[in-house]
Structure formats: structure tokens, C-alpha cells
Design a protein around this ligand. Sequence first.
Ligand code: ATP
Ligand code: MG
Ligand code: MG
Length: 378
Amino acid sequence: TGTNTFNITAIVKHFNIAGEIAGAEAFGNGHINDTFWLKNQTSGCPDYLLQRINHHVFKDVPGLIENIRLVTAYLNSKMPGEDSGKSQKVLKLIDTTDGELFHRDADGNYWRVYLFLAGSRSYDIVLTEQQAYEGGKAFGYFQTLLSDMDPQQLSETIVDFHNIRKRLRDLHKAIVENAAGRVDEVNAEIKFVSEREKSMAVIYDQGCEGLLPKRITHNDTKFNNILFDADDKAECVIDLDTVMPGHVAYDFGDAIRTIINTAAEDEPDLDKIQINIPLFKAYAEGYINEAHAFLTDAEVESLFLGAMLLPYMQGVRFLTDYLQGDTYFKTAYPGHNVVRARAQFKLLTKLEEQATLLRQIIIDTVAAHKSRYKEEQN
Ligand code: ATP
Ligand code: MG
Ligand code: MG
């Protein structure tokens, strides 16, 4: 879907945009929405970011936009002044001439416009510990600001997104149905999943029992969903489409999953899949530096479980799609989904090998921050 497919000029007219837009350019490398950079030709007027929201993934776009409206308003109400040393920004949605925050065109496409954050950049791959630390801080701060917002205000933009019991039910169904006739190829992977079903359901079950609080979480904490400024400081958490009630461990786990893998998500050579422990430590330190004050003991315990769960869950999803005949994830070749599943399970195996060390890093970091915090309070 290139720029030419849509009449961008006609769409842009529906939004309260300052100045004259010179043109629209496909922008970024998001996988879900179509994103365009709207360049302003009027001096003193800002650039904007236009997005066509993927309404196949997000069935309730008005609900999604309402979530973003509520969350950005809450973040703004909590964000301290510029002189506090905290310099993070909040995404700003631009309203339409009808006073809405999205426009639905005649073809049923949903469009929204954000203020463009000029001079910022995102990283698909983490290069340094400093970046990992900054990323941890950004998501930790984001969660902290939202930690006392009532999660019930938000709708679930993707129902059961992180419900591992549901994901496992889907896998079992796919095994029974064997739609693509591939079950016999993946007996080892199915066994790997079965052996861990109980331990991987702990976060979900503790949530149901009320032992782990529901918070407002980001739910897509990939590293490129943070914008960095020119000094490589985290400037803004972006991509708020999946912000909804969840557990903090899911955000922690998904960030770790994408940061510490030394190889690509679909690396076929499993020997190349190693974990980068210094990046784990740096992210954990940045995150806990911000989040320690609100995390309960049970949540602290859950963080490492989250780091194990997210690769597991992602692997279960790839495996399910492989068995169903590759109907959900885009694939580049016939075995792509099973390669991805194996890569996630290898990552999990690596995490399991280092479990004692990684868990200790979290516990020690939290303990250090809690005692420093106590001293400061006295
Ligand atoms: P994903 O695959 O992560 O779900 P997406 O399709 O939902 O991505 P976004 O993450 O919202 O898309 O945006 C795509 C890219 O556009 C981002 O990676 C970032 O580089 C850029 N971007 C997003 N919002 C802004 C903004 N307000 N200002 C400048 N650049 C932005
Ligand atoms: Mg994104
Ligand atoms: Mg997204």
C-alpha cells in the first residue's frame, strides 16, 4: 500500500492541521499500520504523522482511539514540568473538523494524525547498554505514570492478547485439526510446549486469583516503539494501539525478548541464538529505576517469569499458525513459521539455562533501589 493508493490530500483536509502540507511520504517500519510523514511547507508550522489504522487487527477502532485519548490525557496530567529534569513527551492526537480524533473514509479506512516528533529516531536493534537502560526507563516511567489509573476505563483492543491459556487452547485445537498435515514434523516442538504449560500459566492464574494486579500496560514494548532524541535519550513512548489492562510482566518480558536475542527473530541457525546478559541487566536497571516504587513483591517476582513467558507465547503462536497453514503471520517461505517457533524456543532454552543469574539480577536491582528509596524518604 503505497502513498498513491490513497488520496492523502482529501484525508488530510478532515484534520485540524496548521499550515499547508507539502506532501506525504511512507514512513518508518511498522508492521501493523500504514504510516505517512506529512511535511509542512508553512514555516513555523509542525509536521504531522498520518496513520491508516489496521482495522483487521483492531476490530474496534473507536474504542482504540478512546483508549489513546484517555491514556495520553492521564499521562499529561501526571507529567511534571519541563524543569523537573524529566523530559519525556506524550503523543498528541490531532482532532478532525468534526471534533473526532479519527476519520473514517468512504472505503471504510480509519485514519488518525499525530504531531510529528521531529529530530527523533527509533532503533530496530539495540546496540548499546545505554540504549537498553534508556528503553527500560522509558517503559518503566510510562507504567509508573499510569500505575494509579483505573484499568477498567480502557477497553481491550485485542481480546485475550496475552492470555496464555487461550493461546494453548488454540494450539491444541490446531494439533487436533491438523489442517496443513504438518503435526508429524513438529512433535519435538509440541513436547517442548507441553512440558512447560503449567509453569507458563502462573502469571495468568495469579492474575485471575487477584495475586497480581491488573495495571495499564503498553503491550507492544518492542524497542522501536520508543523514540530517542539526538542525545540518545528516550524521548517518547509511541505506538499506543495496544495500551490496555495487563500485567507489568508482559511488558517487561516482551522488551527483554526483543532486546537480548543476539540473532533475528527468524534465525534458522539455532547456534546463533544467544542471550546478551549485559543488555538484560541494563534494561532491568533502567526499568526498575523507574518502576520500583509502585511494584508489589508479587510483581517483582513475576518479571522474570514474564521474560520466560513472552518467547514461549510467541513460539506457541508461530507453531499454531504453522499447523493451521500460515494464515495469520506473513511468511516469506513455507517453513517460516516453524523456523520462528524454533528460534523462540531456543531463546527460552537459553533463558532457562541462565535462570538463576537473571532472576538474581532483578532481585538485587530491586533491593538496591528499595533501600535507596527508603533512605531518601527518611
Ligand atoms: P508496529 O509494527 O510496532 O506495531 P505500527 O505499524 O503500529 O508499528 P508505529 O509504531 O505507530 O506503527 O509507527 C511506525 C514508525 O513511525 C515508528 O517506528 C516511528 O519510527 C515512527 N513514528 C511513530 N509515531 C511518530 C511520531 N509521533 N513522530 C515521529 N515518528 C513517529
Ligand atoms: Mg510500532
Ligand atoms: Mg503498533
